[in-house]
Write a protein that binds this ligand. Structure first.
Ligand code: BGP
Length: 479
């Protein structure tokens, strides 16, 4: 028998607006950049669009009832900026904001704490058309306008706020997470410029929560992977340190120290990649301090030394588009600094993500020791192909095994003193993957649709649904 989790520990799961809601053009909502990007993905690769996704817009009551049945005490979701402000700024769309009022009221009526993310990749398309979205500094003011409205609207109903989802992943996979015009895609400095604009937006949102929400708590939701050295050779260990500085510390130091990690910034400056920072920016970033850090943890990473060599160039992470193990097309490389590589010690998912529960314990211990702030999990999960049996079951024992091992790892970190507020794995219901359509599934609740055919999006309980229900009921003693 495992030791019980604290009484007030929040158990739930996560989703994001464009991946789950659908109703992309309904009740006054206009396109977000994800509606456009996913339409292109559909045309190019046959993955579902975001038009219907899991249709949570029409199924939210049913979904909340299922969450309640599982015993959730929290639900982490995001607000679609373009549902509330279809043009990014200006007039509020009454029907759009009403949807979130209804959802939040429904959650609270069922004893489920809303954990709201302000921004999860889905910038209003109007702002991309107007000024290329996050590439322009103007977006910071427009985000402030949107964030102030939302935070003010829900200040009495939402205690936990996360600002921007996964800045680190946006830098790596910028054309998937942001709409970047073809002609700018060769300019890698813009990745870090976008990130700088997001740092400002994040800081503004933190300040707004502190100003407007009585007792409110705020932090970023960071996509985070520990970086292990491929071998114990000192040059590989140093490369892993370099990778950690540029991929992890570069974000954490902003959130908790209000500064850019020096080594990473010097590397970026030397390669013409550093963002332009204006007067007053760093002061603003310092003022927008975080109360906690939300972590999205799926996998660990591995790095090795990368000596400067003729013809070796800077490149960023590849993607496994096919869902066949081994199809990952390339690793991030910074000659003279580090090169990411496969960890030979770990098994992977079908999409080549290393499965590593110990990595979760490791990052919790490491981050807590460095920054001493409470942590929460806002994503963690296994993307897998599920099979719906003829009699309507989904036997996802692989998902149960993954989640069980990660919950155990989280508990070990807590037993060593790490303060953890919540566990919200990815995802509550099956949804549209950011890069692999709907056949890569994560949910406790199965959504009956395919990439080609949305059908009725009927909901079915997977085996993991019943398993998680028991975990919550027993406060983690029955895993
Ligand atoms: C995170 C994102 C989520 C999510 C998840 C799984 O990076 O915050 O939006 O989708 O990863 O990734 P994918 O959908 O690519 O499998």
């Amino acid at each position: 028998m495992n030791k019980a989790f604290p009484d007030n520990f929040l158990w739930g799961a996560a989703t994001s607006a464009y991946q789950v809601e659908g109703a992309a053009y309904e009740d006054g909502k206009k396109a977000s950049q994800q509606d456009v990007i996913n339409k292109e993905n559909y045309e190019k690769r046959g993955f579902a669009t975001a038009d219907i996704a899991s249709d949570q817009y029409h199924h939210y009551k049913e979904d909340v009832a299922l969450m309640k049945e599982m015993g959730f005490t929290a639900y982490r979701f995001s607000i679609a900026w373009s549902r509330v402000f279809p043009d990014g700024v200006g007039e509020v769309n009454e029907a759009g904001i009403q949807y979130y009022r209804n959802l939040i009221d429904e959650l609270r009526a069922n004893g489920i704490e809303p954990i709201v993310t302000l921004y999860h990749y889905d910038l209003p398309w109007a702002l991309v058309e107007k000024y290329n979205g996050w590439l322009s500094r103007q977006v910071v003011d427009d985000f402030a306008y949107y964030a102030r409205y939302i935070i003010n609207e829900f200040k009495d109903k939402v205690k936990y706020w996360t600002t921007i989802n996964e800045q680190s992943i946006i830098v790596q996979f910028w054309t998937q997470k942001c709409y970047i015009p073809e002609e700018l895609r060769g300019n890698n400095q813009l990745r870090y410029q976008i990130n700088h604009h997001m740092n400002l937006a994040h800081a503004i949102a933190c300040k707004l929560v502190h100003e407007l929400v009585p007792g409110g708590l705020v932090g970023a939701a960071l996509g985070y992977a520990p970086v292990y050295p491929l071998t114990s050779k000192p040059e590989d260990v140093m490369a892993a340190q370099n990778a950690h500085d540029l991929r992890n510390a570069y974000y954490l130091d902003i959130y908790f120290k209000g500064m850019y990690t020096k080594s990473a910034m010097i590397y970026l400056e030397e390669h013409g990649l550093a963002p332009v920072i204006e007067e007053g920016d760093m002061e603003l970033i310092k003022e927008g301090y975080s109360d906690f850090l939300a972590l999205n943890y799926y996998a660990s990473e591995c790095a090795k030394a990368c000596p400067m060599e003729e013809g070796k160039e800077i490149r960023y992470s590849g993607v496994n588009w096919s869902g066949k193990k081994g199809d990952m097309n390339g690793f991030e490389t910074h000659p003279g600094f580090y090169e990411m590589c496969k960890n030979p010690n770990l098994d992977t998912t079908d999409w080549d993500w290393a499965i590593d529960p110990t990595g979760l314990e490791y990052i919790f211990r490491d981050i807590y020791t460095r920054y001493n702030k409470p942590l929460m999990i806002t994503e963690n999960g296994l993307g897998a192909y599920d099979t719906l049996t003829e009699d309507g079951h989904i036997h996802d024992k692989y998902r149960i095994a993954y989640l069980r091992d990660h919950i155990k790892a989280m508990k070990r970190a807590m037993d060593y003193g790490v303060e953890v507020l919540a566990y919200c794995p990815w995802s509550a219901v099956d949804l549209l993957s950011t890069s692999n359509g709907v056949k890569k599934r994560y949910g406790f609740i199965y959504v009956d649709r395919t990439d080609d055919d949305p059908k009725e999006c009927a909901r079915l309980r997977k085996d993991s649904f019943y398993w998680y229900q028991k975990v919550i009921q027993s406060r983690g003693t029955e895993l």
